[in-house]
Ligand binder design. Structure first.
Ligand SMILES: [Ca+2]
Ligand SMILES: [Ca+2]
Ligand SMILES: [Ca+2]
Length: 291
């Protein structure tokens, strides 16, 4: 049975209060922000640019991968290190009102066949029909959706669309857009570009700059923004064309520093279920395409 969000939140709160894990004051604490962030210092490596230990950095670990030897897991399951998301890190610069997002890949973002080059395939992978286009070309996409009202559907999308007719003005077609509810997967659902929020994709992923790092401007002016409510975050990476499974991960309840550990754990158990559902859907889709 799926309970309404308010009821679930109330239950979780009661549970935590009952366990003595938090007091009521924790609900209305200040936002923990990263302070001024200078993107000119970015290296393109999320683990360097968004250290988990830095105050104001939120690290959303993808529950799909084991902490012990995830590379072996990826290899055993025939996945791609260039699409497999290890974690997603957020930093909010409250001075510039800018959200920085680091999508942290195990390998080089967009390197479909994990050969160390995001624009080529090895002869072995090519023999199996794999393709890999440079600069997130073709239908390759890395897309992050923010669900500002926790409605279960993104409010905005940011990233490089799979459908390049939806490309924006940024590097590799990077765009910050309204979500178009067209039933085509988030990679192909970029609607009207939002110039107020258009940020920057800092690097075309490469061995030197392996991850996918971007900003969203005027974060507090996003429709539905409410620091007391938090937001949902969904991410996609992949393409239907390269023979490798696409990545999808959902974090249903993200907030800046306001929520203590136990609530985060509660939220992640919900995310696990959602991520499993996503994979089930994407596998069904793959089956359909193959038949
Ligand atoms: Ca990385
Ligand atoms: Ca590629
Ligand atoms: Ca490659």
């Amino acid at each position: 049975m799926i309970r309404p969000v308010r009821e679930r939140q109330a239950l979780g709160l009661l549970l935590m209060l009952g366990l003595g894990l938090m007091g009521p004051q924790a609900l209305a604490g200040p936002l923990i922000t990263a302070g001024p962030v200078n993107p000119a210092s970015f290296t393109g490596n999320v683990e360097v640019d968004f250290p988990s230990t830095k105050v104001g950095v939120i690290t959303l670990v993808n529950p799909r991968y084991p902490t012990q030897n995830p590379e072996a897991f990826i290899a055993q399951h025939g996945l791609s290190t260039g699409w497999s998301i290890k974690d997603i890190r957020l930093m909010y610069d409250d001075v510039a009102d800018r959200l920085f997002v680091g999508v942290n890949f195990f390998g080089i973002a967009g390197d479909a066949d994990s050969n160390g080059n995001p624009g080529t395939v090895s002869p072995q992978a090519a023999a199996k029909g794999a393709i890999d286009l440079p600069s997130l070309g073709g239908r390759e996409s890395i897309t992050v959706g923010l669900d500002m009202t926790k409605s279960g559907r993104p409010t905005i999308l940011a990233g490089v669309p799979g459908d390049k007719r939806q490309a924006g003005p940024g590097l590799n077609g990077f765009s910050v857009s309204a979500f178009a509810n067209v039933n085509a997967g988030i990679a192909n659902s970029y609607g009207l570009p939002l110039s107020l929020h258009q940020g920057t994709l800092y690097f075309d992923p490469s061995p030197q700059h392996p991850d996918f790092i971007f900003s969203i401007n005027n974060f507090s002016k996003l429709p539905g923004y409410d620091p007391d409510n938090g937001f949902g975050l969904i991410a996609f990476a992949g393409t239907p064309d390269d023979t490798f499974e696409e990545e999808g991960v959902l974090f249903s309840d993200v907030a800046f520093g306001r929520i203590p550990e136990p609530a985060t754990v509660l939220a992640w158990s919900v995310a696990l279920v959602a991520a499993a559902a996503w994979r089930h859907r994407s596998r069904r889709h793959a089956d359909r395409s193959a038949s």
